[in-house]
Design a protein around this ligand. Structure first.
Ligand code: PLP
Length: 232
């Protein structure tokens, strides 16, 4: 069985080749190790192997692991849907939230940051490009209102966009979603709405190379680093 450290090296090498193929630098692509369902012990092993950023999709699960490992031992990113009753906790735990999917959630987070004295909270907006009712994300038609709000926030820092396309066996099938997200990002960047150049959080274990070719600046990789997840 391949070790976590070997897996991580292999993923980094694949990120580098995909970036080079696209005329980009590997340093311009952040690797987010998606550690959901894995215990704190495994995350410690990943830190020892050089992982610096973890992606978790559930606030409650992340809370326990962050308490064990330490808030400052890594960068913590929330990549799953955030329920409004967990917003306060999420503000305490996470460095970046990728899953802003409504004006209501953004409004609540901005207020909590102000009340709780959180200086800045970098956020990404999750865009629903497939119109799938089961997936979270904001539809393109509602995006302008949310963007307008984020532009004027004091604490929320609008860093970029995230997409979680439908699953296809063939990685190439997700390419149009990545292209579309980049087009939306470019249009917003031209309007200078981002705090920074405008990140693109896109690509998972089976399609991160395609995402990098299309401009991903953050890839969220779980299985290729930690192996298959077991749900109990
Ligand atoms: C689980 C998850 C990932 C990682 O998926 P893998 O296929 O294991 O790499 C990426 N993004 C989100 C939002 C996830 O929930």
């Amino acid at each position: 069985m391949a070790s976590l450290s070997d897996n991580l090296s292999r993923v980094r090498a694949r990120i580098k080749s995909a970036a080079e193929r696209a005329g980009r630098k590997a340093e311009d692509v952040k690797l987010i190790a998606v550690s959901k369902t894995h215990p704190a012990e495994t995350l410690r092993e990943a830190i020892a192997a050089g992982a610096a950023i973890f992606g978790e999709n559930k606030v409650q699960e992340a809370e326990g692991k962050i308490a064990e490992i330490g808030r400052d031992a890594a960068e913590w990113h929330l990549i799953g849907h955030l329920q409004s009753n967990k917003a306060r906790k999420a503000v305490q735990l996470f460095d970046v939230i990728h899953s802003i999917d409504s004006l209501e959630l953004a409004t609540r987070l901005e207020r909590i940051c102000i009340e709780g004295g959180r200086g800045e909270l970098p956020v990404l907006v999750q865009v629903d490009l497939a119109g799938e009712e089961t997936k979270s994300g904001i539809g393109e038609s509602e995006l302008p209102g949310l963007v307008e709000f984020l532009k004027n926030c004091e604490r929320l820092k609008f860093r970029g966009l995230m997409v979680l396309p439908p699953f296809f066996d063939e990685p190439e099938a997700t390419r149009p979603f990545f292209v579309r997200l980049r087009e939306i990002r470019n249009r917003l960047a031209a309007d200078k709405v981002f705090d920074g150049p405008g990140e693109l959080s896109m690509g998972m274990s089976h399609d991160f190379e395609v995402a990098i070719e299309e401009g991903a600046t953050m890839v969220r990789v779980g299985t290729a680093i930690f192996g298959e997840r077991e749900y109990h």
